[in-house]
Design a protein around this ligand. Structure first.
Ligand code: GLU
Length: 322
């Protein structure tokens, strides 16, 4: 059981304890797309790696739909994602888990953290923070303006506050299988993270951290663009008395100019590849060849690829690409 000091209601403590027990007994990976559009080639490749990783361990693969930010969701995107994964033979276990159906759980965790004094209300606007952040700074670290101010919880100037997690000045670490070792300094490199936005949306970091624990996830496979996002998620897990899973932050597929593929810019997915006359075997071949797992031009099913691969070989290929 997590220590009683987590301040969580007992049914939530039980949920997290059950997830931890599950983790110690059974391998479970997850693939967690956002339904903001169809999966592009890069997303499909990450899905293939998540599927291979889970199956090579004899484990389960969960499909989680990250649909909390309802303004970014696109009609029909979830159905398209499910259909594309099925078409490629990348089957998952159990029904898809939609974050939008779990907001009660996240809100309960949020209020438990608030009652323990781990959160504080923040009135800083995006514009204010954009003005003070260094122009060259790729990652913006919250400068802590509201840390010591006594703000109310209510509406002020027509706005509610956001709620930030007060991080301890200590390293945040996680086991990393592919990318750079997982370690960021909380105060200098991460900063107090928003767990509930001023517009009322529960933040991705909160939901994701809770889900990895409650759903008993042992291995998270996702794009390396989320490497730094792991630190705030680890911070939430620590507040819940739990340790993080292992992460595989896999290289992004870049276009000819070295730019990462983006759903917004219409990077090609299954529909485009099919329109070029490729069938599922050709697409799996294309994805696998881009990782150096098979020669270019190979045609094979995901299940055939699995037969000829070991976990160590998959990891080696991915490390070589990072
Ligand atoms: N939903 C996120 C995305 O599609 C991924 C989140 C995750 O894997 O933690 O970029």
């Amino acid at each position: 059981m997590p220590p009683a000091s987590t301040g969580l209601p007992s049914h939530l403590q039980g949920l997290i304890a059950t997830g931890e027990q599950q983790r110690s007994r059974h391998h479970r990976g997850r693939f967690a797309p956002s339904p903001t559009g169809p999966l592009h080639r890069g997303n499909l490749r990450t899905a293939l790696v998540a599927w291979l990783e889970a199956r090579l361990q004899g484990g389960e693969l969960l499909l989680r739909i990250d649909d909390l930010d309802t303004r970014r969701n696109r009609a029909g995107a979830e159905e398209a994602i499910l259909a594309d994964l099925r078409w490629l033979g990348l089957h998952w276990d159990g029904p898809p888990v939609r974050q939008s159906e779990r907001t009660g759980l996240y809100a309960t965790v949020l209020s438990a953290l608030r009652r323990r004094g781990l959160l504080y209300p923040c009135r800083c606007s995006r514009r204010l923070l954009a003005d003070v952040s260094a122009p060259q700074g790729a990652v913006s670290v919250y400068p802590g303006f509201c840390r010591t101010r006594a703000h109310g919880w209510g509406v002020e100037n027509g706005r509610l506050p956001s709620w930030r997690l007060r991080l301890q000045d200590a390293p945040l670490c996680w086991p990393e299988a592919i990318a750079a070792p997982g370690r960021l300094e909380a105060a200098r490199q991460v900063g107090d993270v928003v767990l509930r936005r001023a517009d009322g949306f529960l933040a991705y970091h909160l939901a994701t951290a809770v889900d990895e624990l409650a759903l008993g996830i042992t291995t998270v496979v996702r794009g390396e663009d989320l490497w730094a996002a792991t630190a705030p998620q680890v911070a939430v897990m620590q507040c819940l008395g739990a340790t993080p899973p292992t992460y595989w932050h896999v290289p992004l597929w870049r276009d000819d100019r070295g730019e990462r593929l983006a759903k917004r810019s219409g990077a090609e997915g299954v529909a485009g590849l099919r329109a070029q006359g490729l069938d599922a075997a050709a697409v799996i071949g294309l994805l696998a060849a881009s990782l150096g797992l098979v020669p270019a031009g190979s045609r094979l099913s995901a299940a055939e690829l699995l037969q000829n691969l070991s976990n160590a070989a998959l990891k080696r290929r991915l490390c070589g690409k990072a």
